[in-house]
Design a protein around this ligand. Sequence first.
Ligand code: B12
Ligand code: SF4
Length: 525
Amino acid sequence: MEVRLSTAARSVLYVRLPCWKIYPGGVVYVADYVYKQRPEVAQHILDLAVVAPADRKRVLTERLERQRPDIVAFSWRNMQSFGPHPEDDALDVVMNFDHSPSWHHRLKAAKDAVAIIHNYVASRMRNFGYFRLARKLLPAARIVVGGTAVSIFAKHVVAKCPADTVVVVGEGEDAMLSIVDGFTVPAGEFFYKDRTGTVSHRARGEIFNLAKLTAVDFAYIDAIFPDFRGYLDGDIGVHTKRGCPFQCHFCLYNQIEGHRQRYRDPAEVAKEVETLNKQYGVKRIWFTDAQFCSTRKSTEHVEQILDEMLARQTDVSWSGYLRLNYLTPALARKMWASGMCSVDLSFTGSQEMIDSLTLGYKLDQQMAAFDVLKANGHTDQQIKLYMPLNAPGETLQTLQMTIDRINELYSMFGRDRVLPFIFFIGIQPGTPVERLLIKRGYLNADYNPLTFNPFQIKRLLYNPPPLGRIIARAYLEAVATIDQRSEYIGRATMDILERELASPEVLASARAHAAPLMVAQERCA
Ligand code: B12
Ligand code: SF4
């Protein structure tokens, strides 16, 4: 590939693009890494997530004109953020629009949907507008765009970027360093739109050694990132490894991070947590790995990190996505002792669905691991079950099995501590479930994953009949009847579903709908 030769940069302005306020861990790791290799480069972080929407353009303009950086590096986290769940208004809207028995509610949902879609479209357009603004104000600067959103949609993004823009795919430390160094010896994976508008692609040839990610120098970050302290009273994201060797049907995390797991030094991770805790008063950590604990080797790595945290007597509570395949009583004790405040995991209560979604574990093993957690120090921590309801393969029987298992967990941990988190599979590009649903004719092979068409967007949220309607009606009844201050919506929904699944009329209607559907799916397969 041909990349324009240029001189090394002296200054970088990182611009974190707007999203719901969440600690910008990705850009912090990139800036920290560049600083440690090239301390002479002046770096600054501007976080548009904490700037009022009406002020963003003005604030960005002022910063660009005042600092005139050699590189403007944007970090884009969420682009296709439709994964509605009970803490996101969009779930109510979708459920009401499709399944509410009340015309009034359906109309209101349609109105709300217009507002959500408008926001979705506008936020994407605004981000491209910020790139054009940077190009207009600083014609000679190089523009870089990275972050999870562009890692997935880099090709689409680069097409809309101004000339001389590098769109970095996946982890950004080595790519950014090479750009700062003048982009003469490119590194990492990226798309590059050159000054003539021609786009080229570089695949990643080398593997970034994560052991190079030493504990973040937060004093430096504090100095270049004025809003850093505004995050300290919430969750701070700490990364311990990258990559996931599994391929759950709906997941694209391993496309973002790679299939091979690579690890940071446990002592450096613990030092990072210790500094955050003891010098900056941070109380909550989210380990932002695709899976904090999954394979045998990663479970050993977790244990080493927890040993280091315990030795340093860090006083934090922490969580992260977990798999419990290799949990031992000793590890469970260390998890609780080091401050694990919730157990966050994918959950479905039948081996059929686990296998159909290729989740790669045994249900009995998972239930046994819950026993181990209970017996080795659980007190009042929450058990959060992320349930991909009504995924391909779900039947009345598998749904009933999930309800039965949740009831077992209520008995084990206490009903109030178990949070069944209702969500549906969002179909994401390049995943096995996307391929399956194209094969079945549910999606067209040339569908646009970034479509603005509300009906297509809704289709990407997979909740087909006949179970879709039963689940949605249960959810809507729960919303209408419970007091959400004293009962959790997911628990109430599962209770109503249990009642419905026992009703002969509901069963008969579901079976009647299921028969033609099964035939249609067979025909498409
Ligand atoms: C952990 C996580 C969460 C945690 C975050 C906890 C916390 N306090 O930080 C929780 C559970 C809260 C969460 C919530 C949500 N998440 Co989330 N989350 C993730 C996950 C697994 C890791 C993100 C992360 O922090 N990684 C660690 C940091 C270090 O890496 P990073 O940010 O990717 O940065 C690296 C590169 O991207 C790059 N980079 C980043 N910026 C820049 C800038 C430049 C210039 C360069 C060169 C490089 C670069 O370099 C960095 C270092 O290598 C990703 C999936 C994944 N595997 O990446 C999804 C992911 C980011 N989440 C996603 C979504 C949709 C959401 C939600 C909207 C879900 C929902 N419906 O509510 C919310 C939104 C939250 C918000 N406020 O915006 C999507 C975004 C998809 C998209 N295409 O838009 C992802 C990709 C998952 C998915 N579905 O595919 N999430
Ligand atoms: S869901 Fe978790 S375990 Fe499965 S592929 Fe994604 S990151 Fe890996």
